[in-house]
Design a protein. Structure first.
Length: 228
């Protein structure tokens, strides 16, 4: 098997695409640290074809100045630096003081979307950080008459059902409408106060980046339910 160095010296040997904005795991590396040089051969893609301007701006405001680490240089970039080609409606963020009120609003929002002309069940996704919250949403929507499919069991085929899953399961996917459920209050906006301590602060930053990934799965509409 050829080494990385042998491969990179061959013309057009391979194509590598990366997006530091979608990194939701601790650690990481740069291409330089792996011995891969793309000097003069790299292209930065600066256009966002998925999200509307409103969704991209809202999602970027959540992570604030934390930004992302470029996989080539290791330098930090801004989450909202891309050119946005589409415009749409403003994302909706609702804050609740109880799980019951959150769940009622979530069901109402899903039903509202499914009653919208041109929106099909497969166009809608409900995402959450924790597996137990995904299970809760599945148990909530099913009895409410909403067809659902768990992303953990989703095989990629077209299904007339609302997708429900963890944010990690949704990486690489996109939907017309995304509902982010059971969002902790500490992540509910750019003014949220991080927990004390370095480890806690790093955990909150990673959680916000994960939430950023969830929000940017949405092409046209975004709803975020925050529980205090």
């Amino acid at each position: 098997m050829p080494s990385i160095r042998q491969i990179q010296e061959e013309p057009d040997a391979f194509n590598l695409i990366g997006d530091g904005q979608q990194s939701i795991y601790p650690g990481g590396y740069t291409l330089g640290e792996l011995g891969i040089s793309i000097a003069g051969r790299g292209v930065v893609m600066t256009r966002n074809y998925r999200n509307t301007r409103e969704i991209a701006t809202f999602a970027a405001s959540l992570v604030g100045d934390s930004g992302f680490v470029d996989i080539e240089s290791g330098l930090r970039g801004r989450m909202d630096a891309a050119e946005i080609l589409r415009e749409g409606v403003q994302p909706v963020i609702e804050r609740f003081t109880s799980v019951a009120s959150h769940n009622a609003a979530l069901v109402a929002r899903v039903r509202e979307l499914l009653a919208t002309p041109g929106v099909h069940p497969g166009d809608v996704a409900v995402l959450a950080m924790r597996t137990r919250d995904v299970s809760s949403v599945v148990k909530l929507l099913g009895p409410a008459g909403v067809p659902v499919v768990d992303l953990a069991k989703y095989d990629g085929r077209v299904a007339a059902a609302v997708k429900v899953g963890t944010i990690k399961r949704a990486k690489g996917l996109e939907f017309k409408h995304v509902l982010v459920a059971h969002t902790p209050a500490r992540l509910g906006g750019p003014a949220a106060v991080p927990e004390n301590g370095q480890d806690a602060g790093e955990r909150v930053e990673m959680e916000r980046r994960e939430l950023y990934v969830a929000m940017t799965r949405a092409r046209d509409g975004l709803w975020v339910g925050v529980i205090a």
